[in-house]
Design a protein around this ligand. Structure first.
Ligand SMILES: Cc1ncc(COP(=O)(O)O)c(C=O)c1O
Length: 363
């Protein structure tokens, strides 16, 4: 099961090394699965707060004992909904309650911030953010990842993170790919600008069709359809028309929030984006309005029971069909990840050849 193992050196390794049995981890409910795995591997107590709800986080921090170490962990850009963590408020809370912040910048690295350095740069809070992690598998089109923080913390992690110590190093070709991608991203910031133009255009197009793109404000643009069966049928229709999107159902999102996750690249042409929009329009016309539309307020939707155990076999098998006309789109999506911009860590990358790089940050 290599696709499961390759996540282990990342967030789970870092979180479980940092948070000990007397500590508290405050975890956004919509955090990525690898964060959840990290909290489970750690001996700390995990307290979940409502998605990006700083009021709820404040209440949870307030109720916590003052004498415990506290770590707040959140995605920078949330991977399913494409919204950005409310870092300024989170930082104020962290200061007030003596907590540390760990950001998972998997989707933000190379995308957010003037120089593509991610969520903390976007919010002007780089010095205030204790630890930032990112993967090489998104904007850098490789495998592995990094964690950046104060030198003492990074040194500690190098000697404490079991999954780092007991795991093989990154293959040289993957490391070389990362370095090459960083160079492209550093030298060609116009790609990041183009990425944002494409993402904003598509979000507007999908919303103009009456689709619910939630609180997305980044190149991750969900189309929230609200029903599992409808979502898989929609996905299949799009696929047959040459458009690949990720169908996302419970447990990746709460039941009733079933969605198609679309995401955009700097290299998508206007023609391709118009094609995608037209296919969404055509499938909508064919299938009728989704259970969940813009007119439906999120709060008004009761959370449906989790029906993932009852997936009709037909829908599951549809996911496994060979690419056909959609294949080229899919392949371009895979190879095109390299086209998004990047952040300034290239020089440090070559001196620590492991799967997840530890980057000391001198303040
Ligand atoms: C927010 C987030 N964090 C972490 C990861 C894990 O990245 P990788 O598969 O490169 O370990 C992902 C991948 O989907 C992600 O979306």
């Amino acid at each position: 099961m290599p696709h499961i193992l390759d996540r282990i050196p990342g967030l789970p390794g870092v979180i479980s090394a940092i948070a000990g049995k007397d500590d508290l981890i405050f975890c956004d409910r919509d955090n990525h699965a690898s964060i959840i795995d990290g909290t489970r591997l750690s001996f700390a107590k995990t307290i979940k707060y409502q998605h990006n709800d700083m009021g709820d986080l404040a209440e949870k921090l307030e109720a916590a004992p003052t004498n415990r170490g506290k770590l707040i962990v959140a995605d920078g850009i949330f991977s399913m909904l494409g919204d950005i963590v409310k870092l300024p408020d989170m930082h104020r809370l962290a200061k007030r309650f003596g907590a540390r912040i760990l950001l998972d910048d998997a989707h933000a690295f190379g995308v957010l911030g003037l120089n593509g350095r991610g969520t903390a740069e976007h919010h002007g809070l780089e010095k205030e953010t204790d630890l930032v992690m990112g993967t090489f598998s998104k904007s850098l089109a490789s495998i592995g990842g990094f964690v950046a923080g104060d030198r003492e913390v990074i040194d500690f992690l190098k000697h404490k993170a079991r999954s780092l110590i007991f795991s093989a190093s990154l293959p040289p070709a993957s490391a070389a790919g990362v370095i090459a991608a960083l160079t492209v991203l550093e030298r060609e910031p116009e790609r990041r600008a183009r990425l944002w133009v494409n993402a904003n255009k598509m979000r507007a197009s999908l919303r103009a069709l009456g689709l619910d793109t939630g609180d997305s404000e980044t190149p991750v643009v969900p189309v929230i359809l609200g029903d599992q069966e409808y979502t898989f049928r929609f996905w299949r229709q799009l696929f047959e028309r040459g458009v690949f999107a990720n169908p996302v159902c419970s447990p990746a999102v709460p039941a009733g929030m079933d969605l198609l996750r679309t995401s955009y690249m700097a290299t998508h042409t206007d023609q391709q984006l118009a094609f995608v929009r037209d296919q969404f329009a055509a499938v909508l016309e064919q299938m009728g309005a989704p259970p969940r539309t813009l007119a439906t307020q999120r709060a008004a939707i009761p959370r449906a029971p989790d029906r993932s155990a009852n997936w009709p076999a037909a829908f599951a098998s549809e996911l496994l069909l060979p690419g056909g006309s959609a294949r080229s789109f899919f392949m371009s999506a895979l190879s095109g990840n390299i086209e998004t911009p990047f952040c300034q860590v290239s020089t440090a990358l070559s001196d620590f050849p492991c799967c997840w790089y530890m980057l000391p940050r001198n303040r």
